[in-house]
Design a protein around this ligand. Structure first.
Ligand SMILES: Cc1ncc(C[n+]2csc(CCOP(=O)(O)OP(=O)(O)O)c2C)c(N)n1
Length: 292
């Protein structure tokens, strides 16, 4: 099974690369979602480089683990981890949000190999992952299904209908990860419409709940182990994160939900991330892809 199994130190370094990719592709495109992409970076990197059984050069490999981002707007992190993992060349990240490119602003299964579920309309992804998890059980396919959601997204009623069915069908081959960054497009989630206590709600729907610091890679890996090995119920990992994590002027600010950094802001951000814009742009532009 092609699971990479990288350790926490390796993942920490890769997460830094992913943050640098995110800033560079956003500044280059001049549009896109910074905040949620940076809050998801640590667990997304851990998922792709430690956990998922996937074959990036053969995205439809029959026994692949299933993954989908129900928060389709976080394409900067989705495409960055995909490129770093070898689904397509890193230089493609510079084609983000360009006409006729294959990396659209929201994920498109028609355009990007490896993206199985088009997204953008939030609240839909969990239902799709549940369908795949149910079908996988019927097919006796040993794959695990991973669905990433946002905390603001939990305000969608469709999520709870899905959550009820996953608990009912005891889908222990399904793990949801919720990016609990406490912010959403219009401000603080608690003010827009409070979704907490998420742990109690998911427990009431017969889920196994794991509450972690979503930037502590070691804790994330332990949560993955626990989720995969809890029998008889689906698991949800409540990843407590900070919107815009890693870039001082973006951290914990809802204003960065859907905005890209300007070139000047990207320069500052990349310095904070230990590199500079020209170096990182060149790394992407001249790369044919880094297959680990
Ligand atoms: C059905 C639907 N309604 C509204 C939107 C607009 N929208 C996009 S993201 C978002 C907020 C999502 O908040 P959260 O899940 O916390 O994501 P984050 O802000 O952390 O990236 C909204 C309302 C949408 N994409 N789809």
């Amino acid at each position: 099974m092609p699971r990479l199994g990288w350790n926490a130190n390796q993942l920490q370094e890769k997460a830094l690369d992913v943050r640098r990719d995110i800033i560079t592709l956003l500044a280059n495109a001049g549009s896109g979602h910074s905040g949620g992409s940076l809050s998801c970076t640590d667990f997304a990197t851990a998922l792709f480089f430690n956990r998922l059984r996937v074959e990036p050069r053969e995205p439809m490999w029959e026994k692949r683990d299933f993954w989908n981002f129900s928060i389709g707007h976080v394409t900067p992190v989705i495409y960055s981890v995909m490129a770093e993992r070898g689904y397509f060349p890193l230089k493609d990240l510079l084609g983000f949000r360009q006409f006729n490119g294959h990396l659209q602003g929201h994920p498109s299964a028609h355009d990007t190999p490896g993206i199985e579920v088009s997204a953008g309309s939030i609240g839909q992804g969990l239902s799709i992952a549940i369908g795949v998890a149910l079908a996988s059980k019927l097919d006796k396919n040993p794959r695990h299904c991973w669905c990433i959601m946002g905390d603001g997204e939990q305000q969608e009623g469709s999520i709870w209908e899905a959550a009820m069915s996953a608990g009912h069908y005891k889908l222990d081959n399904l793990t949801a990860i919720i990016d609990v960054n406490r912010k959403q497009i219009d401000g603080d989630t608690v003010d827009v419409m409070n979704v907490e206590p998420l742990a109690d709600k998911y427990r009431a729907f017969n889920w196994h709940v794991i509450d972690v610091d979503g930037h502590d890679i070691q804790a994330i890996l332990a949560a993955f182990d626990e989720a995969e090995n809890t029998p008889g119920k689906p698991s949800v990992i409540l990843a407590r994160t900070v919107m815009g994590k890693g870039v001082s002027f973006m951290e914990d600010k809802a204003a960065w939900h859907g905005n890209p950094p300007s070139h000047d802001e990207a320069k500052i951000a990349l310095e904070e991330l230990g590199t500079d814009y020209d170096t990182w742009y060149k790394r992407l532009a001249e790369s044919e892809g880094s297959r680990p």
